[in-house]
Design a binder for this molecule. Structure first.
Ligand code: GLU
Ligand code: MG
Length: 422
C-alpha cells in the first residue's frame, strides 16, 4: 500500500481530551504559522461527546497553532502508522491568545509566579492507569507476577516515551486491579504539562499497538482503587537553583514554598473543580484507598492533598534539588494545563497574601462532589483573576452539563462509562 504520513495538531481542552485536526506531515512548516481552523464551541464538546450548553453557539472562528517544541513522533516498528502529533495554542484570527485556551491559562499562571517571585515551577506528573492486557488476580498488587504478566507493554512504553523526548523514571504494578504507574523526569513549567499530555497519549498508543487498552479514568469501579495523577513540584529560580527547601523551617519548606503550599490548601475546594473535574473524580476521593480526602499537608500521609516529599537523607543526596511537594488531588480527567495552572495560581495567591500553613489538627474534608467544587470555584473571588470571565463561565457551563448528562446513572454505570472516556 502506498501511504503518505499525516500529522495531527491537538489541544487538551476543558474535557481533558486531546482533540485536533490532521494534515500531510510535509505541510507542517507552513502550518506552524497558519495552524488549522478551530471554533469556540469545540471547547464545549464534553468528555462524553455531546456539546455542553455553549455560550458561543455556532459563532466564531479561531486558529489552532502548532508549537514546534511539542512535535511528537513515535514509531512502534510495526505496520501501523507512527504516532505523530503536535500540541498547539488556540488563537484568535488577529493572532492574540483566545481567552479560553488551556495552554495560555497555564502560561498566564507561570508568568504571574515569575513576575512576583522570579521563580519557576519544576514539575513531573505521576500517572496511574489500568492496562487491560493483564489478568486481575488475587494478591496482584505490586507483585513481580503482575509485572511479568504485562509482557512487553512496559518495555514498549518505555521505548516510546524515550522516542517522544520524555525521560522515563519508573514503571510498576500498582495497588489496584490491573493498575500500573508510570513516572517520568520533571520539566520546567509549560513543558511539564505538555509532557503529561504526551505521556497519556503515548501510553494509550502503546497499549493499542499491543491490541489492548490503557485507561486513566479516575476510578473504574465504585468499590475499586482510583487512578491518581500526582503532581510533584518544586520551585526554581531563573538560574535554575532550587528554592523549595530550608532545613530550619517547619516541614523543611522554604518560606516561599510554605506560602505557596498554604495558598494551594486555602483554595483547594475551588482548585478541585479544575484538578478533579469529572463526576467520578469524587468517587476516587474517599477514605481507605490512598487517595486524598482532606485539606491538609503532611510528610508521610497518603490521604492528604499535599504531601511533603524530602529525598531519603543518604550521603551525597542533593537535598535542596530533590525536595518537592506532591499534589495528590488531581486525576487525568483534568487537562494538565488547567490542573497545573490552577495549582500555580493558588500558590501565587498564597505568596501574595503571605498565607501561613494551617495549624496542625485542622483538616477539613474535600468537596464531596464535582457540583460542590464548581460552587466553590464560582464563589472564589481570587479565581476571577485567574480566568477570564468568558472562560470561567464556559467552564462552569461545560462541567455542569456533564453532571446533568450523568445524573440519572448509578455510580457503577458512571464508572464504566468514564473508563471508556479516559
Ligand atoms: N491510587 C491512589 C490515588 O488514587 C494513590 C496510591 C499511591 O499513593 O500511589 O491517588
Ligand atoms: Mg501510585
Amino acid at each position: 500500500m502506498i501511504r503518505e504520513p499525516l500529522i495531527m495538531v491537538c489541544t487538551c481542552e476543558m474535557a481533558g481530551r486531546v482533540r485536533g485536526k490532521g494534515f500531510p506531515a510535509s505541510e507542517l512548516p507552513g502550518r506552524l504559522a497558519g495552524g488549522v481552523g478551530w471554533i469556540p464551541t469545540n471547547g464545549m464538546i464534553s468528555a462524553l461527546g455531546p456539546i455542553a450548553d455553549s455560550p458561543f453557539g455556532a459563532k466564531g472562528e479561531l486558529l489552532l497553532i502548532p508549537d514546534q517544541t511539542t512535535e511528537t513522533r513515535v514509531d512502534f516498528g510495526d505496520e501501523a502508522a507512527a504516532e505523530h502529533f503536535i500540541l498547539g495554542d488556540i488563537r484568535q484570527l488577529d493572532g492574540t491568545p483566545w481567552p479560553c485556551c488551556p495552554r495560555e491559562f497555564l502560561r498566564g499562571a507561570l508568568a504571574a509566579l515569575e513576575d512576583m517571585t522570579g521563580l519557576r515551577i519544576f514539575a513531573a506528573f505521576e500517572h496511574e492507569f489500568i492496562y487491560d492486557g493483564v489478568l486481575d488476580r488475587p494478591g496482584a498488587p505490586y507483585s513481580l507476577d503482575s509485572w511479568r504478566r504485562q509482557g512487553v507493554f512496559g518495555e514498549v512504553l518505555t521505548a516510546a516515551l524515550r522516542q517522544a523526548g520524555i525521560r522515563p523514571d519508573s514503571f510498576m504494578p500498582e495497588y489496584g486491579a490491573r493498575q500500573f504507574e508510570i513516572t517520568c523526569a520533571p520539566a520546567i513549567g509549560l513543558q511539564a504539562a505538555d509532557q503529561a499530555v504526551i505521556l497519556r497519549e503515548i501510553t494509550r498508543a502503546s497499549a493499542l499497538h499491543l491490541g489492548h487498552e490503557a485507561s486513566f479514568t479516575p476510578i473504574a469501579a465504585p468499590a475499586g482503587i482510583g487512578n491518581g495523577v500526582h503532581i510533584h513540584f518544586s520551585l526554581r529560580d531563573r538560574q535554575d537553583r532550587p528554592a523549595t527547601h530550608d532545613a530550619a523551617l517547619p516541614f523543611g519548606l522554604s518560606a516561599v514554598a510554605a506560602q505557596f503550599a498554604a495558598g494551594v490548601l486555602h483554595h483547594l475546594p475551588a482548585l478541585l473543580a479544575l484538578t478533579a473535574p469529572s463526576p467520578v473524580s469524587y468517587i476516587r476521593l474517599r477514605p481507605n484507598r490512598f487517595a486524598p480526602t482532606t485539606v491538609y499537608l503532611a510528610e508521610a500521609d497518603r490521604e492528604t492533598s499535599l504531601r511533603v516529599c524530602p529525598p531519603p537523607p543518604l550521603p551525597g543526596t542533593d537535598m535542596a534539588g530533590q525536595f518537592n511537594l506532591e499534589f495528590r488531588a488531581a486525576d487525568a480527567s483534568a487537562s494538565p494545563y488547567l490542573a497545573l495552572g490552577a495549582l500555580v495560581r493558588a500558590g501565587v495567591d498564597g505568596i501574595r497574601r503571605r498565607l501561613p500553613l494551617p495549624s496542625a489538627g485542622t483538616a477539613p474534608p474535600l468537596p464531596a462532589s464535582l457540583d460542590e467544587a464548581l460552587t466553590a470555584l464560582e464563589g472564589n473571588e481570587a479565581a476571577r483573576d485567574w480566568m477570564a470571565e468568558v472562560f470561567l463561565d464556559a467552564y462552569l457551563r461545560h462541567k455542569r452539563a456533564e453532571i446533568r448528562m450523568t445524573e440519572t446513572m448509578d455510580e457503577a454505570e458512571r464508572c464504566a462509562l468514564y473508563a471508556q472516556v479516559y
